[in-house]
Design a binder for this molecule. Sequence first.
Ligand code: MN
Length: 231
Amino acid sequence: MRILHTSDWHLGRSFHGLHLLEDQAVVLAQILQIAKDSKVDVVVVAGDIYDRAVPPTDAVGLLNATLEELILNLHLPVILIAGNHDNPDRLNFGQALFAQKQLYIYGTVMANATPVALEDKYGSVYFAPLTYCEPLTATELSGEKQPNHDAALAWQIKQMLAQIPADARKIAVAHAFVAGAMPTPDSERPLAVGGTTTVELKNFEPFNYTALGHCTLRKIAVLSCVTVVLS
Ligand SMILES: [Mn+2]
């Protein structure tokens, strides 16, 4: 399965008063071209779709046009999760409806979130969309104290793994600051005031591949893409 992994589009971002949408449209057009040229099977956007909770309308329009091209014209499934910049409930709009067209949106954190299973000739590949989750949200939903981001993520992963066969191919999709990783350059505000916001790399050990947003284990520029072949 060929996966186009991208993140941190931050659509609608202004940089020192300069709107970046025209540049973002150029980059998204390049991503569409990569999706076509590389004959990918699925596109993953690992959080921070928008730059803010209430994005400008032209940013919403750009996302809409991009998703239409990917899904209606290229017939590619798309999996996207909320990052810390997205409003989870607004992003979640239409979730069940869009899933029927293979647009899998994970905005709102839920206690009963389910993985996405996509098929290739070797069987199922399970995607665990780990939408950005504050410790307080995880505490409320789990009924147990989740003192930090690491505990919240571990709770989300546990829920997902319980629904995935142990021997199946598994991919995590997460928006987190992994210990030892690089934050995405120039795109991030602090996740919290005080307290640890990093998550441990070992959380992702059960997965064959982890599609991260927010930071990267190698230095990959904002809006870059990698294609992963998993068979
Ligand atoms: Mn982020």
